[in-house]
Design a protein around this ligand. Sequence first.
Ligand code: HEC
Length: 193
Amino acid sequence: MSKKIDELLDHDYDGIKEYDNPLPPWWVYLFIITIVFSVVYMFYYHFTDMGDSQKTEYTKEVKNWDDKIAALAAAGNSELTYTETDYAIIKDEAVITSGQAVFTKNCVSCHGVNLEGGVGPNLTDDYWIHGGKMENIITTILNGVPEKGMITWKNTLLKKEVLATANFIKSKYGTNPPNAKPPQGNLYKEDAQ
Ligand code: HEC
């Protein structure tokens, strides 16, 4: 392709002239793509039911949340439903792995990937603000410490998730992670393990 020489249009506004060059191809293609995209978009979201409208998406999300709340209510996730057997430490790998998943999703931002602490305290050492016994840990998770920034988890986590998370925390006891936050609270020795 021979390179086109710039051509001037023949009008002249007080000495200001204008080139008659075509638009750059990348610009033209992009423009065409936006038109094609808009047609596909209209078809997908408006003329057919293939994509959810904003209203449908909203209704679905509300329903998901309602279902979750109903499940939590059915599961009776309040400290009143926990008994002695729930406070026994479980070392089952599957339970600990599922607790780790809950922890990774909800807790690492404040307690750190290795539970070393950050905004929240280190959860691997011998010092606990709210008690280091299994039942203390479960109660702290359920009720949170809202005035210090940790929300109440009993409205978002199922009982089995709370139990798994507490057991995951227990499994990390004494791991001495790097950059651990200095101890906070009172000494509680894990004499039961
Ligand atoms: C927004 C930050 C934040 C998130 C997210 C968070 N925590 Fe906390 N957590 C804290 C703070 C802050 C404290 C310390 C409260 C205090 O000083 O009394 C705390 C305390 C705790 C304690 C008690 C520690 C002690 O020394 O007694 C446990 C157990 C705990 N969190 C578990 C969890 C679990 C499990 C999750 C996830 C389900 C979680 N936290 C999510 C901020 C957070």
